[in-house]
Design a protein around this ligand. Sequence first.
Ligand code: ZN
Ligand code: ZN
Length: 574
Amino acid sequence: MVNLDIARIFDEIASILEIKGENPFRIRAYRRAARTIETLTQDLKVIAERGGVSELKKIPGIGEGIAKKIVEIAQTGDCKKHRELKQEVPAGMLELLKIPGVGPKTIAKLHEELGITNIEELEAAAKAHKLGVIPGLGRKVEENILKGIEQYRRYQGRVLLSKALPYAESIVKELKKLDAVERITIAGSLRRMRETIGDIDILVVSKRPSEVMDAFTSLEGVEDVIAKGDTKSSIVLKGMDVDLRVVESASFGAAVHYFTGSKHHNIRIRELGVKRGLKINEYGIFRGEERIGGENEEDVFKSVGLAYIPPELREDRGEVEAAKENRIPKLIELSDLRGDLHVHTKWSDGKNSIEEMAKTAIALGYEYIAVADHSPAVGIAGGMNEDKLRMRQQEIERVNATFDNFRVLSSTEVDIKSDFSLDFPDEILKELDVVVAAVHSKFTQDKDTMTKRIITAMENPHVDIIAHPTGRVLGKREPYEVDMERLMEVAHDTGTVMELNSFPERLDLNDVHCRMAKDYGVPIAISTDAHDAMQMRDVIKYGVATARRGWLEAKDVVNTRGLEEMMKMLKDRR
Ligand SMILES: [Zn+2]
Ligand SMILES: [Zn+2]
């Protein structure tokens, strides 16, 4: 049980109570606790074991009742109240919660008015236009629900990289403790760092496979054991399918290559093998009956005359040709980054002060951060007006005076409004060190309009970076329509930097767009858009992974530069 699992339980309790129309204060208490727990930096289980209810209650937002439940979950891995509540509503109604745009209140209403208890019934009712007449819902909601159902189905069975990776890493860490495990690695789309993951694949070398399988199928948090054998076992953990294969030492590299994929990449490699009279499969590299290699993954590439190809590139997007000609790029690494050009602080909707963000950045080895608090139009996110912006400037200067080799850059995430105007006048923008501009409203404008809207921002001489350029939120919001090639052309001509937003739900630009930017010679800023210090630390790796999938090298990314050199790449300073 990690903090996120506990938060998920409290969220679900809150949703069920809301569906049942119960006391709003209790509902709010559970929600508040879930939000607190999500961003907590210490392990709740450790706190519960050490200090029990009394210590848990010291955490803001955690009362007596919830503290007791945390202790129960820490001890038993389960919560009785949660179990009981789940039995009080049909399982199909809980699944409705996963549809983007459908909340507990809507579910309660749909149940009351139309007796809807699952997705199929909801879809049928929406298609028959039965929702439009319900007070408080209307035609628009009906349309959105149908869209939401479609999206939900598309992502069903896939989870975000940020969910799969930590669990996979903790499984590997647990199994590594066994003497019976000689070698172990993550394979599959997770090793290629795709933005969503179907299932987790893990490969092990062991001479005592049954010991490994016993440990695997009894890992903490296992919800179901689908299969258990000596060479392969499958479990369900946190709703994800996890497959573990035990292979011979002599086959390990070939198996890792085979199970890392992608399928299309593997086909290309096999074809190259055939041309050289080799058979390449999950068991090794064979000439006739004789195994000539396969213990290490490098063997596979060497056997067909290729340079090593990093897993993130194995999508059959030209990597085989590049490896043949020794043109595999030296992909960017986490340690190349020297700053973060998009973070939020308490001055808008962030949780930490400027100083706290700066100290975390210093601990990460950064030389600068740009505090890009929202502009007034994003009122819901605590956008700053001009007075607030001026007050913040004083604090930035005060904080900067305390550091020698670190700089807080004054910035804003200025809203690109639907009428193409920016949410701060030029006189204000020109005073800032870095200007990040982004679309946060009217996502439904047509492609031409949206493209012009962003181009107008790019043409402003003070706008340095376009943040999350397609606006997508994985599983929740589709990207808005925009002509990306046109944006790249204009970015190149105007010297505008494009952001790769590292938030796991965004990863925007995506891998393909990153590569497009590189082709157009448009520099990228890999930013976190962190709303607290821990996010700044934790989500950046997903941005770097996406950049690597987009073939980016350190030189393609502005924030791999030291402060002075980075600033020279921004518009005003060139
Ligand atoms: Zn934003
Ligand atoms: Zn932001």
